[in-house]
Design a protein around this ligand. Structure first.
Ligand SMILES: [Zn+2]
Ligand SMILES: [Zn+2]
Length: 374
């Protein structure tokens, strides 16, 4: 069980459609509202945990995946919250499992939307700036998605269209006050627009920046080039918002936050309740575990490359369990490997030898670089 939590409605074994109230010592109430995702199999995230924060001006964090907007309204009504009582909905980051239900939610409620400034730029289409012809009708947020054309043309067009023209109040970098003692923290790396929400020294809503049970995937730094034309001139440094190093800096910021607020209740976006049990998150320990996980993976990649140069796909095949490489899993796995290789190249431990092929240089500088990254 999680401290301060009261289950108001039992969902299924993965936590789908559970309703949970967290009552913090100050009296602040937060409701956990997990909505269904469609991704299943070995990369299953479980539902998306959206949260209603009942502060002076109550607000929602996240809107569930595509098709879940009205469901979220119904879940709020079930616990006696009218959407008319809510001030705004904040999007933790622009992944479909978090903003897919947003247009439907806004249609049903007229809620104002807040998100990091990058989010607003990435949901729009810019046909003249699209990196490939096949992405002309898709917004910039799709340009830096690693899923193949066959996937996004079949699955994503409706979702992207629904978000066109949505008015978004932009939230800035660093920390931004969005209520009394309530602040967003821009912590990019998993996505360039990731926000965590600090609720005083009592709780933090972390989106996908930190998850129990699974390690959030880092973006590839090179994907900055795909969207540079629409986020310049404000963002000119890829390393500030994309890539594994950027994600590592965000983990370190969370460790710093944790050290100043022991006992902070961590409210993650996935796997909070899974396989019939709660997965409590200790912010400092979990962030350190994830740092160690990425150090281990970098070491494993260098080990694999000791036998000669390999492509990202070959490294993924050697590194990941077979079941994780089924279907789109192989693309996700190779994407992760590229993020790590980008860091290893910067450390001088790996070189790109032709296109997508990597070779070890014999040095092992990455761990020091990760430890010293600030
Ligand atoms: Zn995400
Ligand atoms: Zn997610």
């Amino acid at each position: 069980m999680i401290e301060h939590a009261e289950v108001l409605h039992r969902g299924d074994d993965s936590g789908n459609e559970m309703l949970v109230r967290f009552r913090l010592p100050s009296g602040l109430e937060i409701f956990g509202l997990p909505t269904k995702n469609t991704y299943g199999g070995h990369w299953d995230l479980g539902p998306t945990w959206n949260y209603a924060v009942m502060s002076d001006k109550p607000f929602l964090v996240d809107a569930g995946r595509f098709g879940q907007g009205k469901k979220l309204v119904a879940m709020l009504e079930k616990i006696g919250i009218s959407t008319a009582d809510l001030d705004f909905v904040l999007i933790s980051h622009g992944h479909e499992d978090h903003d897919g239900g947003l247009a439907e939610l806004v249609d049903a409620t007229c809620l104002n939307v807040k998100a990091h400034a990058i989010y607003g730029r990435l949901i729009s289409t810019y046909p003249a700036k699209s990196p490939t012809a096949s992405k002309r009708d898709f917004p910039a947020k799709c340009w830096h998605c690693f899923m193949p054309e066959t996937f996004y043309t079949q699955n994503c067009l409706e979702y992207h269209k629904a978000l066109q023209g949505l008015k978004v109040d932009p939230i800035g970098d660093g920390q931004t006050e969005i209520g009394p003692d309530i602040r967003t923290c821009h912590l990019p790396g998993h996505n360039p627009d990731c926000l965590a929400v600090r609720l005083g020294k009592e709780a933090i809503i972390v989106g996908d920046i930190i998850l129990p049970d699974i390690s959030p995937w880092p973006t590839r730094k090179s994907l900055f080039n795909e969207v540079a034309a629409v986020i310049k001139p404000h963002y000119t440094d890829a390393a500030a918002i994309f890539g594994l190093r950027c994600y590592i800096r965000s983990l370190k910021k969370l460790i710093e936050i944790a050290s100043g607020a022991p006992g902070l209740l961590v409210l993650p976006a996935h796997r909070f309740y899974y396989h019939g049990r709660w997965n409590p998150v200790d912010l400092e320990n979990r962030a350190k575990e994830l740092l160690a996980h990425h150090i281990t993976r970098c070491g494993a990649i260098i080990d694999i490359l000791k036998n000669g140069p390999k492509t990202a796909e070959e490294i993924a095949a050697a590194h990941f369990e077979e079941e994780l490489l089924e279907g789109y899993g192989s693309i996700m796995a190779a994407n992760e490997i590229v993020s790590h290789c980008e860091l290893l190249i910067e450390s001088g431990d790996v070189v790109a030898v032709a296109g997508n092929t990597y070779a070890a240089t014999g040095s092992m500088q990455f761990e020091t670089d990760i430890q010293e990254e600030i």
